[in-house]
Every structure is written in structure tokens, then in C-alpha cells.
Design a protein around this ligand. Structure first.
Ligand code: G6P
Ligand code: MG
Length: 219
């Protein structure tokens, strides 16, 4: 029986993947190679450091630690310029409907994201006060599919993992939820997210009756 909900951020609450893409593409272009939208798919749910490792692999570039760190900083500064301009209009459709429904019923909700920019983004889109707990890239040492991020969220909400529901758009995120023994809901392509317990293309497909059913039946 579900008694708490955990939301991933990028690709679930807001579509920041497009800003990550533009910032990584700029760096790739500066280094003299292309970075495509298809390649950007590999970056979903993946830590900033791992993303840069993959990017440099794509470009066939090896770098000393210092240079690597400078590129990480540079990419993030470019990314933050996009974040700076965000507002509530960038919240994905019907996310406020689901969040509002849960808040009205006093169901605790947490954020479970690999991003170190999660708090500023939630602040920008005015959702920060809605969350009872935030677990982000600053709090975890093990990346999804490791369940750490979601287990810490459950702990912070004081709810057993098996009573938590996770909304995720990344394969590694669904695996992390499953590894945490939580109920996983894939947001996006059901074929890609086939390991999820439930699948929806986006929140407009999630009915309040469905949420209700998760909370009342033995899920
Ligand atoms: C999310 C995104 C990834 C991103 C990661 C770290 O998981 O899906 O694409 O690389 O967060 O984000 P950050 O904001 O810390 O660079
Ligand atoms: Mg995501």
C-alpha cells in the first residue's frame, strides 16, 4: 500500500534534458566534435562526472584531472544560464495536478534526483515548498541504478521502501526504484522503461483514481 511518493526531477517534473544537451553540445563543439540528441539519451539519470567521461569518449579525448574538472565547471556554468531563466511555466503538464492531489491528502512527497542543481531548479519553478524531503546529487555517493537515493528519501519521509512509489524517466532510475523494493512508475516510452511496474507517457495519462488505487490496495 503506497503511503509516500518520490519524484525524479529531470524528465519527470521539468524537461531540463534539453538544457543539459545544449551545454554538453557547446563543450563538444568547442573541443571539435559533434554531440547529437540521440547521444544525449545516454546522459539521462547519469551523474555530471559520468556524462563528461562519456562525452570525452565520444570525442576520443583524454584529459588530465585538472582539465577534466575545468570542463565540468564550464559545462555547469553554461547549464545554469538556462536554469536562471526558468519559471513555473516549464513544469511538465499535469505534474501540479498530481502534486496538488497528494498534498491535499497529506501524502508525503520527496525528490530523488542525481542532479546537484535540484534545489535551485525547484526554487525557480516554485515547487520547492511542496516537497517534504529533497535528496539530490549532493547527498548520494552511489548513482542510480543503486537504490541509495530513493532509500535515503524513504528514510527522510519515515516510510518503509515498499510503501513508496517512484516516478522516473530513466532506465537506471526505474532499476534504482526496483532495487529499493519500491513501486516504480515509468514516465516516457514504455518499451524503453519496460522494467517499470506501471508505464505512462506523461502525467496527463495518470488519473487520480489510479493514484487512489495505489494507496488503497495492496500494491
Ligand atoms: C539528472 C539528469 C542527468 C544529469 C544529472 C546530474 O540525472 O538526468 O542528465 O547529468 O541529473 O545533473 P547536474 O545538474 O548535477 O549536472
Ligand atoms: Mg530523469
Amino acid at each position: 500500500r503506497a503511503s509516500a511518493f518520490v519524484f525524479d526531477l529531470d524528465g519527470v517534473i521539468v524537461d531540463t534534458a534539453k538544457y543539459h544537451y545544449l551545454a554538453w553540445k557547446k563543450l563538444a563543439n568547442e573541443l571539435g566534435f559533434e554531440f547529437t540528441k540521440e547521444q544525449n539519451e545516454l546522459f539521462k539519470g547519469v551523474s555530471r562526472k559520468r556524462c563528461l567521461e562519456i562525452l570525452l569518449d565520444i570525442g576520443g579525448i583524454t584529459a588530465a584531472q585538472e582539465q577534466f574538472d575545468r570542463w565540468m565547471v564550464e559545462k555547469n556554468e553554461d547549464y545554469l544560464e538556462y536554469i536562471e531563466k526558468m519559471d513555473a511555466s516549464e513544469i511538465l503538464p499535469d505534474v501540479p495536478k498530481v502534486v496538488g492531489f497528494l498534498k491535499d491528502r497529506n501524502i508525503p512527497i520527496a525528490l530523488g534526483s542525481a542532479s546537484k542543481n535540484a534545489r535551485p531548479i525547484l526554487e525557480k519553478v516554485k515547487l520547492l515548498p511542496s516537497f517534504d524531503a529533497i535528496v539530490d546529487g549532493n547527498d548520494v555517493s552511489k548513482a542510480k541504478p543503486d537504490p541509495e537515493v530513493f532509500l535515503i528519501a524513504a528514510q527522510k519521509l519515515n516510510v518503509a521502501p515498499e510503501n513508496c512509489v517512484v516516478f522516473e524517466d530513466a532506465v537506471a532510475g526505474i532499476q534504482a526504484a526496483n532495487n529499493a523494493d519500491m513501486i516504480s512508475i515509468g514516465i516516457g516510452d514504455a518499451q524503453i522503461l519496460s522494467e517499470a511496474d506501471y508505464n505512462f507517457n506523461d502525467f496527463t495519462e495518470i488519473s487520480l483514481a489510479f493514484l487512489e488505487s495505489l494507496m488503497s490496495v495492496q500494491a
